[in-house]
Write a protein that binds this ligand. Structure first.
Ligand code: TIU
Length: 225
């Protein structure tokens, strides 16, 4: 695709204009422990179906990005096996009997290299797609994401994944402060809590798009077809 092609799609609060070669698809934390029945998320009492409905729309968007040869980046939330990058405050937060680093249903919880920490098979990264291992909720904190985006000349991001109000929102805010335009496809992000899904999206597009834009993924798919 030519670098000077500008595509405009219907979005809120106003149309999102982007140049595909400088717009990366950033898929946040579509990890087995958050999405799969029997994982850490479900063990904490969450309804994983609220997140699983995002798998198919993400698959379609990922296929479109790949078909057009555009940049795709994946993230995973997790920690080193020795937990030296796990803040003590994060370790004890929630007062759960089972916490990060402990043995869970799919290996040690949110530890790199464990089955539950990995990305779900439906959206598995290609070897050419960078995977950012992040210790926090935001994808920029303590990672090389910003450097990777700058090296590739990326200026805009389509941010998808889970959860809408936690890692997606934090990442969009971090990206916005670093000068990236962010579009969030509403059906490609999910929350365990329907009210947070709604408000998480409203917070992004409010006040003239204070953090970014929101649109259904079909708008992107139609534009890229
Ligand atoms: N990826 C992400 O959002 N991590 C979380 O901890 N989310 C929760 O909703 N807890």
């Amino acid at each position: 695709m030519k670098t000077d092609t500008i595509i405009s799609i219907e979005a809120e609060p106003y149309p999102f204009e982007f140049s595909p070669p400088t717009c990366a698809l950033l898929i946040i934390d579509m990890q087995r422990d958050f999405l799969e029945p029997g994982g850490f998320g479900e063990m904490l009492g969450n309804d994983v179906s609220q997140l699983r409905r995002t798998i198919e729309p993400n698959r379609n968007l990922l296929a479109a990005w790949r078909a057009n040869g555009l940049a795709v980046i994946h993230t995973r939330e997790g920690h080193r096996p020795d937990l030296t990058d796990l803040p003590p405050a994060k370790k004890v937060r929630g007062r759960s009997k089972t916490c990060i680093g402990d043995s869970g249903p799919m290996g040690r919880i949110l530890v790199r290299g464990e089955a539950g920490h990995d990305i779900i098979p439906e959206l598995y990264p290609l070897p050419t797609e960078p995977v950012i291992d992040k210790p926090g909720k935001g994808a920029f904190f303590a990672t090389d994401l910003h450097a990777i985006l700058q090296n590739r000349g990326i200026k805009q991001l389509v941010v998808t994944g889970v959860t809408t109000e936690v890692c997606v929102n934090t990442t969009v805010r971090e990206a916005n402060d670093r000068g990236y335009d962010c579009l969030v496809p509403s059906d490609c992000v999910g929350s365990y809590f329907p009210e947070f899904q709604e408000m998480g999206l409203k917070m992004i597009k409010a006040q003239g798009g204070i953090f970014g834009w929101v649109a259904p993924s079909q708008a992107l798919l139609s534009a890229l077809a």
